[in-house]
Design a protein. Sequence first.
Length: 255
Amino acid sequence: MRIRYEIEFDSGSMRLSSPNHSAVINMGLNAVIAGDLEKIIFDAIYAEVLNQMGSDRREHDFKMIEERSFSIIDSMLPRDIGYPMRYIVMKIVHSTEDFAMVNLVRYSEGFFQSMVSRLRAGTTIIVDSEMVRSGIYAKPVLNKNKIACYLNDDEIAEQRGITRSAAGIMKGLLKNRNSVIVIGNSPTALDQAITMIEENGWYDVPVVGVPVGFVNAKSVKDRLMSSSIEHFTVYGHRGGSSVAASIVNGFGRFL
């Protein structure tokens, strides 16, 4: 392949053009001799080509490593975990590097369909922390949905006498009735979500509830599992932002 470039000088400016592109560069008072200009343009094109090749290679290598990792994880999971939830569990193991999480996973029968229907249609994903928000990167999820965190609403927290995390979930659900709840840190946020859903009969709101910690985390997860809410959780005190985000990212495969 051969590409022809043309350079034209006119009143302190330079036009660089190819068959499909052109650009005008204001030279001002700077004088550049032809030989120097040719070298500058060649070096710039050469560097950009190498950069693009390197970028493509790095992306290719990352995808190969990820695919290989998931193949290994898949081979080590119990066979009774069927698709599509098998892939979500694989995402959790991949993010935590811990196969012990497999035995702690709990989810309701209708969770997957409830979650994927909301995400395919486009909704607001209400999260309890900025860490969860920043961990959601799957492009199909981000392209179709909005992620919202209302953690810093001190006014509601003070008025109601509740934690800021709980207040954030309250505000989020009141603003976004047809939403998805994703909680990776705060037990009080999950408790607030359960209360609001049950009091208002909003059982079409799916909940990812994986708060972490030794204080109230297990008891509020037990409450979630005993409810009629479509849910995904991790038994006991385990969980966290990376787990919550990985669950949402896993749904990118199905959108």
